[in-house]
Design a protein around this ligand. Structure first.
Ligand SMILES: [Zn+2]
Ligand SMILES: [Zn+2]
Length: 189
């Protein structure tokens, strides 16, 4: 996402230009569409890029482990420092602020890295595909967003084990010719 700012570097401090952004950039190995508006303002030292952008990235739900698209709002505010003087072409001393963004010798301001860094900051630590994501069954691993699995609830609640005792000692089914009553199976266990 490169913008040529040679004209604006010659402009007076405080001059403003607005840019529509609509580009795909590589974020974490996949192409993501980034859209929005960025305002560039000439400062005494360089150019301040400020704007709100929107993008969508594919991330893994921390609860059900499925991939989903997450909408992100990126608030960008970075000052870019030219490495050469736009008029004389002479090299300028680098800013003492380590990691600051630069405008290259062709007067290109590149927003890509600032956008990438912003994405890393706003991606949730524990992303959820939806707020009420039901997660995975701790017993069989079934994704409970797709409906219940066949597992009985865990034995943590003593009331369930009482219920289970009742089930296993339920009276035999009425005898039907040709059918073996279920209660005969496993008798004596
Ligand atoms: Zn989920
Ligand atoms: Zn289960």
């Amino acid at each position: 996402m490169q913008i040529n700012v040679s004209q604006q570097l010659r402009a007076s401090i405080g001059s403003i230009r607005n840019y529509e952004v609509s580009e795909t950039i590589d974020i974490g190995g996949s192409e993501s569409m980034v859209q929005g508006e960025v305002r560039l303002m000439r400062t005494d030292r360089g150019i301040l890029a400020k704007g709100t952008l929107h993008t969508e990235v594919e991330i893994t739900c921390s609860r059900c482990l499925s991939l989903f698209s997450c909408l992100l709002t990126l608030n960008i505010e970075e000052e870019y420092f030219p490495i050469t003087d736009v008029v004389s072409g002479a090299w300028l001393p680098l800013s003492e602020e380590s990691g600051s963004f630069t405008i290259d010798e062709r007067h290109i301001l590149d927003l890509t890295e600032a956008i990438r860094q912003c994405v890393l900051l706003v991606i949730p630590m524990k992303p959820l595909c939806r707020e009420d994501c039901a997660g995975l069954c701790s017993n069989c691993g079934h994704n409970l967003n797709q409906g219940p699995c066949g597992c009985l609830p865990q034995d943590t609640d003593p009331r369930w084990s009482e219920l289970r005792k009742c089930l296993s000692t339920s009276p035999p089914l009425p005898f039907q010719e040709g059918l073996i009553p279920l209660s005969f199976k496993g008798e004596g266990e």
